[in-house]
Design a protein around this ligand. Structure first.
Ligand code: PLP
Length: 422
């Protein structure tokens, strides 16, 4: 029976900022002069260039990027925005605060992405916007979605928080819609500690977004330091030198005794609230320091994407032939970056325990199914496939720093689990 060596366990994920960068960021905070805006401009320029668009605007969070976008669109109050429900609840919160009505449509059970047919059925005379979330870094069928949007003259927004550099039919995700936005928070492939980015087709729209983003107050240094220290802790805890002999035994022990503790540690905001207004801690102007971190991530993104895709391919090769029903259906035409590698394991805790005993730390998706959250009961809709997905999807780690040999061993362990159930 395959078990990973005691000195090389696999963590559920690692962050994309590297230790020297975080330490330099903290040192910089302690000594640096004020914000140098041109560094933010340089990061926006580099981001826009990678996306092949004219302009990009840095934001404090993806949720604020979306908020500024829908405010700039000046939609009539009560306009409907059709979206899939697997996302962070604050995405729904900002839409409600902006005076819109989120209308949830179920995901496609095979691809986990927005189903164009369900989208079409959800359109009403009040629908103005479609919000596509490219879940887990996998591409949605943008031809079909665009057709629906054109037919009904709807604005198309793309949430590419998981899908930086992913593409559909050779064109980058985020460039199909009227606008695309990205999260740059600590677990994302381009990370600035926290942050977001907007790209848009219309120069007036992007100018209005920029105006709102630049009006935000300067960030409080304590806030930045807290974020960097949190990144430092996660980086150390999942560092190859430390994870196997310090973090992993603790996680394994906690996972068996109190799985919720780990979930809370992993989620930025384990308390789920319905908000009436934007909280002040979301309202910071993007800083030069964050821009510097983002530029570092951009400089290695292609290499790291390729390594993550290689790891995903190993899993596809090992599992795709034997248990295709456990894997997500990949659409022809999609170029996926596998921010996460989803694997269906309705066995839940039993599966996680089996993997942990053999050296693989796993988690389910931590995203909720917003259409059934009690805080959104007034806009609830039945979305059974999304509900099922958040319960059974586990992420098999494919982080670029995990060597291919360990990924192969992990695939063998997964197959051993499935074998013993027969
Ligand atoms: C699909 C999706 N959209 C948006 C966000 C929000 O990102 P932020 O924390 O930058 O607002 C997340 C966060 O993980 C996400 O998973």
């Amino acid at each position: 029976m395959t078990t990973l060596p005691w000195y090389d366990r696999i963590p559920r994920t690692r962050i994309y900022l590297q230790l020297p960068e975080i330490i330099a960021g903290l040192a910089n905070l302690a000594t640096a002069a004020e914000n140098v805006e041109h560094q933010v401009d340089a990061f926006e320029r580099a981001f826009a260039d990678m996306m092949g668009v004219e302009q990009a605007v840095a934001e404090p969070y993806a949720r604020m990027a979306l908020y500024h976008l829908v405010m700039a669109l000046r939609l009539p109050a009560g306009s409907e925005i059709v979206m899939t429900p697997v996302t962070i609840h604050d995405i729904v919160n900002v839409l409600l605060i902006a005076g819109l009505k989120p209308v949830f449509v179920d995901i496609d059970p095979l691809t986990y992405q927005m189903d164009p047919q369900r989208l079409e059925q959800a359109v009403t005379p009040y629908t103005r916007v479609v919000l596509v979330t490219h879940l887990f870094g996998l591409a949605t069928d943008m031809d079909a979605i665009q057709r629906v949007c054109h037919r009904h003259s709807l604005v198309l927004l793309e949430d590419c928080s998981h899908a930086f550099n992913a593409a559909w039919d050779g064109k980058k995700l985020g460039t199909f819609g009227d606008a695309g936005f990205f999260s740059l928070s600590s677990l994302k492939t381009v990370s600035t500690g926290y942050g977001g980015m907007v790209i848009a087709k219309d120069s007036q729209l992007i100018a209005q977004v920029r105006q709102q983003a630049r009006r935000l107050p300067q960030v409080n240094k304590r806030h930045l330091a807290t974020i960097l220290i949190r990144n430092l802790i996660v980086n150390l805890a999942t560092h190859p030198l430390l994870f196997s002999w310090s973090t992993f035994p603790v996680i394994r022990w906690l996972g068996q005794r109190s799985p919720e503790t780990i979930r809370k540690l992993q989620t930025d905001n384990p308390n789920v609230w319905r908000l009436q207004e934007l909280p002040p801690q979301w309202l910071w102007r993007f800083t030069s320091l964050q821009a510097g971190l983002g530029l570092k991530c951009l400089s290695r993104i292609d290499d790291w994407d390729q390594r993550r895709r290689r790891n995903a391919q190993i899993l596809l090769d090992h599992l795709g032939q034997v248990v295709p029903e456990r894997l997500v259906k990949l659409l022809p035409g999609s170029y996926n970056v596998y921010w996460r590698f989803p694997f269906r394991a309705p066995e839940g805790a039993k599966f996680r325990r089996f993997m942990a005993l053999r050296g693989v730390d796993l988690t389910t998706t931590l995203l909720p199914c917003c259409s059934t959250l009690p805080i959104f009961a007034d806009i609830a809709r039945p979305t059974p496939y999304a509900q099922q997905a958040v319960q059974e999807v586990h992420f098999l780690p494919v982080h670029p720093t995990i060597p291919p040999q360990r990924i192969e061993e992990m695939a063998r362990i997964v197959l051993a689990f499935l074998q013993q159930g027969k």
